[in-house]
Design a protein around this ligand. Structure first.
Ligand SMILES: Nc1nc2c(ncn2[C@@H]2O[C@H](COP(=O)(O)OP(=O)(O)OP(=O)(O)O)[C@@H](O)[C@H]2O)c(=O)[nH]1
Ligand SMILES: [Mg+2]
Length: 325
């Protein structure tokens, strides 16, 4: 690991990545995925380059058409001359590849486009890993000059909702015939959706889904001046309606800026990110303390009455404070 760390010329890599060099962007995201010790320097150098890109989260049940929609959105955004980043995140899988392979293949339309950066990222089994690695990967794409970054998450569960929440604008995809209404309510997705896209509108039942969704959104209480989620229909396969989605994204972005919500959301995200990094560091220090302090010896002393449990805990924590201090 340390040999590899020494291999990386971080300033040169960051310089090239922020100039838009695709290979350097890919290298930096790999450093993020590997939780490389070089990340500290990478993030320090990237900091001044970040904050420009609009991050759009795309979530929805398996098979609803997230990848197809992402592909269609890239096409539309490219037609507008935008530089686009795509980050496919699989919170459930420790493997990059596998489930995401299909996504990569569907992205072939844009594989040779120099203005499109496509990456997938897996949790690699790190506990809470994606909660700090996703924003860091986003920062890399942002620094590379992406105007828009699409974050596609796989499946709808708590961690997917969390990752979708790292976006400025969150798109929730639904499709007819998937019992999505109930599912959406369960996964807490109604709260995070800024835009609801009913995909596969070429199939029967799209209007039924729209009605159900309207009802559910209408029931949600919203403070004065809050954004009212829009409902759109698409056929991602043909690109039908995707231009309207891009328009709605722009509209939402304008609202975020004028209402001050962009700042609010980004500050909240940064807070979560800092907390995730700090907690990861704490967990590591805790492990070190555990290795150094013999908890069994402390426990035995508690059993014999030589030590009370609070004093024993203080002993353990003293090691942690030393490490932090
Ligand atoms: N009829 C119809 N089929 C579509 C449409 N959009 C996508 N599909 C098909 O639906 C299937 C699933 O699409 P994906 O884009 O892979 O869906 P996904 O949400 O990314 O799926 P996972 O990544 O497995 O969660 C594919 O066979 C697509 O071709 C559409 O608008 N209409
Ligand atoms: Mg997919």
């Amino acid at each position: 690991m340390s040999a590899r760390r020494n291999d990386v010329d971080v300033p040169a890599l960051v310089e090239k990545a922020s100039g838009g060099d695709a290979r350097s962007v890919a290298r930096l995201i790999s450093l993020v995925e590997d939780a490389s010790p070089a990340l500290r320097e990478v993030m320090r150098l990237l900091a001044p380059h970040s904050g420009r890109a609009h991050v759009v989260g795309i979530t929805g049940s398996p098979g609803v058409g997230k990848s197809t929609s992402t592909n269609a959105l890239v096409t539309e955004l490219r037609a507008q001359g935008k530089r686009v980043g795509v980050l496919a995140v699989d919170p459930s899988s420790p493997f990059s590849g596998g489930a995401l392979l299909g996504d990569r293949i569907r992205m072939q339309d844009h594989a040779l486009d120099r203005e499109v950066y496509i990456r997938s990222m897996a949790s690699r089994g790190h506990l809470g890993g994606l909660s700090w690695s996703t924003p860091q990967a986003l920062r890399v794409l942002d620094a590379a000059g992406c105007d828009v970054i699409l974050v596609e998450t796989v499946g709808v569960g708590q961690s997917e909702v969390e990752i979708a929440g790292m976006a400025d604008t969150t798109l929730v995809l639904l499709a007819p015939g998937m019992g999505d209404g109930i599912q959406a309510a369960k996964a807490g997705i109604l709260e995070i959706g800024d835009l609801f896209v009913i995909n596969k509108a070429d199939r029967d039942g799209a209007d039924q889904v729209r009605r159900e969704l309207r009802g559910m959104i209408g029931l949600t209480e919203r403070p004065e001046g809050a954004w009212k989620p829009e409902i759109l229909k698409t056929v991602a396969q043909t690109g039908d309606g995707v231009d309207a989605v891009v328009e709605a994204i722009d509209k939402h972005r304008a609202w975020l800026t004028s209402s001050g919500q962009l700042q609010v959301r980004r500050t909240r995200r940064a807070r979560d990110e800092v907390e995730a990094i700090a907690m990861t560091a704490l967990r590591e220090q805790w492990r070190d303390v555990h290795e150094r302090t013999d908890l069994d010896v402390l426990a035995e002393r508690v059993v014999t009455g030589d030590l009370d449990p609070y004093a024993a805990a203080d002993d353990l924590l003293a090691g942690l404070t030393d490490a932090v201090g």
